[in-house]
Unconditional design. Structure first.
Length: 305
């Protein structure tokens, strides 16, 4: 029987968190899923942990790479290619889910056939699993269900920063995957930002304002390792420019966006600062007037209108 959901766990070197992650998937109240576990040639004891689940009836595929791909998005694609479900949940190997995560998000997607993705809010946890004091959801999680049209979501929730900031917090329709450009795989720091942008172009987006995902922060994360030599700034500039082009921003909106990122980029003092500015002049090579435009514009919602 074909499962409703395919859960893909792409793992690399996350043995300390792997059992908790896998168990949090297997213990979901929603049980109509298959589990696909991919390991990207981890040097730790991940293989032993993964093999201990080999005979679980939910596990449909276990794949051990012989050579490390150095690209988590290639692992995502391999997992989706193996998937049989209508919906995909990329459950990152260092995160944890509340037991009703799948039940809640799948129910919302079933109610809204024109929606392509549903996501929940997250609790931030440390390497020890304890809750951290900060969160991206500054106003808290109200329990509300919000449904956005595609461009409205891109403008309000993805242009300035990505509100789907962790793959583990989202479930999407497998049918949209084949429609996506593959250039997100070239961005090590924020390729997921571009990936979710492409997904959201194809239909409505559902926001579930409950903290059903636990997003782990630790020094072994790929995003932390990608900040060397300003690569994070390059990736951000490339992705934001792409979203701005998709939304066809006006000259005023471009000016506000440039002012915002010039202000943020001011803190970067790397030797290649001027090189990065030359690579992305539309976003980083402006004037004091752009910063002023941003400061005024954020009060009037110029970027979101």
């Amino acid at each position: 029987m074909t499962p409703k959901v395919s859960v893909v766990i792409p793992n690399y070197n996350h043995a300390p968190y792997l059992k908790e992650r896998i168990d949090s998937v297997l213990n979901q109240t929603f049980q109509d899923f298959e589990l696909i576990i991919l390991d990207d040639c981890s040097p730790d004891n991940s293989r032993d942990i993964i093999n201990s689940y080999a005979f679980n009836p939910h596990v449909s595929h276990i794949v051990f790479n012989e050579v490390n791909t150095r690209n988590t998005f290639i692992q995502w694609e391999r997992g989706v290619q193996l998937a049989c479900g209508e919906y995909i949940w990329i459950a990152e190997s260092d995160d944890v889910a509340e037991c009703d995560f799948l039940q809640t998000l799948v129910e919302q997607l079933e109610k809204s056939p024109t929606a392509v993705v549903a996501y929940s809010h997250s609790t931030m946890i440390g390497s020890d699993g304890k809750e951290l004091s900060y969160t991206w959801h500054k106003k808290g999680s109200s329990g509300a269900i919000n449904i956005f049209e595609s461009n409205d979501f891109l403008r309000k929730k993805m242009l300035v920063d990505s509100r789907i900031y962790n793959a583990s917090m989202a479930v999407f329709r497998k049918s949209v995957f084949s429609l996506l450009p593959k250039d997100y795989q070239e961005h090590r720091f924020c390729g997921d930002w571009l990936f979710w942008t492409y997904v959201c172009q194809h239909g409505q987006v559902i926001e579930v304002c409950r903290r059903l995902n636990r997003f782990r922060q630790h020094e072994n994360k790929v995003s932390v390792k990608s900040m060397d030599h300003g690569q994070n700034w390059r990736d951000n500039a490339s992705v934001i420019s792409r979203i701005a082009d998709i939304l066809q921003l006006t000259s005023l909106q471009w000016r506000c966006l440039r002012g915002r990122w010039m202000k943020r980029f001011h803190s970067y003092d790397g030797d290649n600062r001027q090189e990065i500015i030359r690579e992305y002049p539309r976003l980083l090579d402006g004037s004091f007037l752009d910063v002023c435009c941003y400061e005024v514009g954020k009060w009037f919602g110029f970027l979101h209108s």
